[in-house]
Design a protein around this ligand. Structure first.
Ligand code: FE2
Ligand code: FE2
Length: 447
């Protein structure tokens, strides 16, 4: 794929994780920029600098893993709560309380807010351990899965630990915390502050939290960066353009296997976000590949379809769990937000060089033949077989999968529902092919 590097793909896809954490897109990439400068000041060599770069890009790979939990604790839109968690010094009780008051049930009335705080009896420390552990351990696992080494993975696992032992989740202190994690903790907090409040305020924050959150030596290196005009103008430029890639390490071209692994990892990240979706992306991929074989696709076309299927719902990372996991009926506004997810998918995948065809297929998964689908509302003439296959596989899984409010639907029933508006919604040949593949064709004909 046009010589795209691993670093380039991960940078582009990491922007989807920034959104889950309530950060402006490009946060991971900008964190990597700041981290690399701190690392350079501290004399890190090339190998460690590379580890630091990938750890920064993947630092929030576990973010979706605690979304449901954060939403349950704070209510409202968890993307906003997650954002605020990073500004606040949790070791200070007054700041924690202020946070709880302003973030619990964000966007809702004071009554709901108080009820939530009262019912929320666990102290912030325990809450933080729980949500951080879910996030960091998953992020560290994903780094290993992608073939990065233990040092990179450990850096991700420990990135919310604080120098004074009051961080999360293991309460490591001082040099027990891996050096890369100490640099990352500092760099990610600095990035958030620089983007929101500017360089001077950031340096004040670093000074205040030295020896508390931050390793004094790393903090000293960071403070020396205040006058680094080039760094901050680079940062400002990246922020302004919403850029999701900078060339910090030379990682070489990604192999086909690398790209597949990255697609699988992001499918897992998407599936982890909501208990409703379970292993939806991987199952949809299985159904889509069955259909591709049925229609005689060659290996290359199957590869493209597989990647599109794995990533089709990556845009759901931009939809808060307060909507995705809502037990009741969605309001019109909420449904409008859900309907934007294929557009988010298109935006995210649009940043990956060489993913143009993958993106076309993925972004069309909620389109209908009669043109009443979303997000573009295009009709049959613009929906090719690959897109129709993915759309059918997606609906098939949505119907067959077990839901909290109902058991798994038998294949026959799912197929008969899909047949009802085949031709208007889904492609009839795809529906019949699914019936054939799952042995439901004959049974249904006999009935
Ligand atoms: Fe979808
Ligand atoms: Fe889907």
């Amino acid at each position: 794929l046009s010589g795209i590097t691993i670093s380039e793909i991960l940078s582009a896809l990491s922007a989807a994780l920034d959104v889950v954490e309530g950060q402006p897109e490009g946060h991971a990439v900008r964190t990597s920029l700041i981290a690399s400068r701190i690392g350079a000041m501290m004399g890190l060599d090339g190998e460690w600098t590379t580890r630091l770069h990938y750890a920064a890009l993947l630092k929030d790979a576990g973010c979706s893993n605690n979304s449901a939990r954060v939403q349950k604790i704070f209510g409202g839109d968890e993307h906003l709560s997650k954002q605020a968690v990073k500004y606040v010094d949790w070791s200070s009780p007054t700041e924690s309380l202020k946070f709880a008051m302003s973030n619990t049930e964000r966007g809702n009335g004071i009554g709901a807010k108080l009820r939530r705080i009262v019912s929320n009896i666990a102290p912030p420390g325990q809450i933080m351990d729980e949500v951080t552990s879910a996030r960091c351990s998953r992020g560290a696992e994903i780094a290993l899965m992608l073939g990065f080494d233990l040092q990179t993975s450990h850096a991700i696992y420990a990135l919310d630990e604080h120098w004074d032992g009051r961080g999360s989740p293991q309460h490591l202190r001082g040099e027990q915390i891996p050096l890369l994690a100490r640099i990352l903790c500092l760099a990610q907090t600095m990035e958030i502050f620089v983007s929101a409040f500017g360089v001077t305020a950031t340096m004040t924050m670093v000074e205040e939290r030295t020896g508390k959150w931050f390793d004094p030596e790393a903090a000293l290196a960071a403070l020396a960066l205040e006058s680094d005009a080039e760094l901050w103008s680079n940062h400002a430029e990246l922020l302004e353009q919403g850029a999701c890639f900078i060339s910090l390490v030379d990682s070489g071209a990604a192999t086909d296997a690398d790209i597949d692994e990255i697609c699988m990892a992001f499918a897992m990240i998407v599936d982890a976000k909501s208990s409703f979706t379970g292993e939806h992306s991987t199952r949809v991929t299985g159904y889509a590949l069955d259909l591709a074989r049925f229609f005689g696709f060659d290996a290359e076309r199957r590869t493209t379809l597989r990647r599109a299927a794995l990533l089709h719902d990556i845009g759901k990372l931009g939809v808060p769990n307060s909507i995705l996991d809502k037990p009741g009926k969605l309001t019109v506004d909420e449904f409008d937000r859900v309907k934007l997810h294929p557009l988010h998918t298109e935006t995210i995948l649009g940043r990956v060089r060489g993913f143009e065809r993958i993106n076309e297929i993925a972004a069309a998964h909620h389109e209908r033949l009669d043109g009443r689908g979303y997000h573009r509302g295009v009709g049959a003439s613009e929906l090719d077989l690959d897109m129709r296959i993915l759309a059918a596989a997606d609906v098939f899984d949505a119907l067959c999968a077990e839901r909290p409010y109902r058991g798994a639907m038998p294949v026959e029933k799912a197929i008969s529902i899909m047949r009802e508006d085949a031709g208007a919604h889904l492609d009839a040949d795809c529906v019949e092919a699914l019936a054939e593949i799952h042995g439901a064709g004959r049974a249904l004909r006999a009935a």
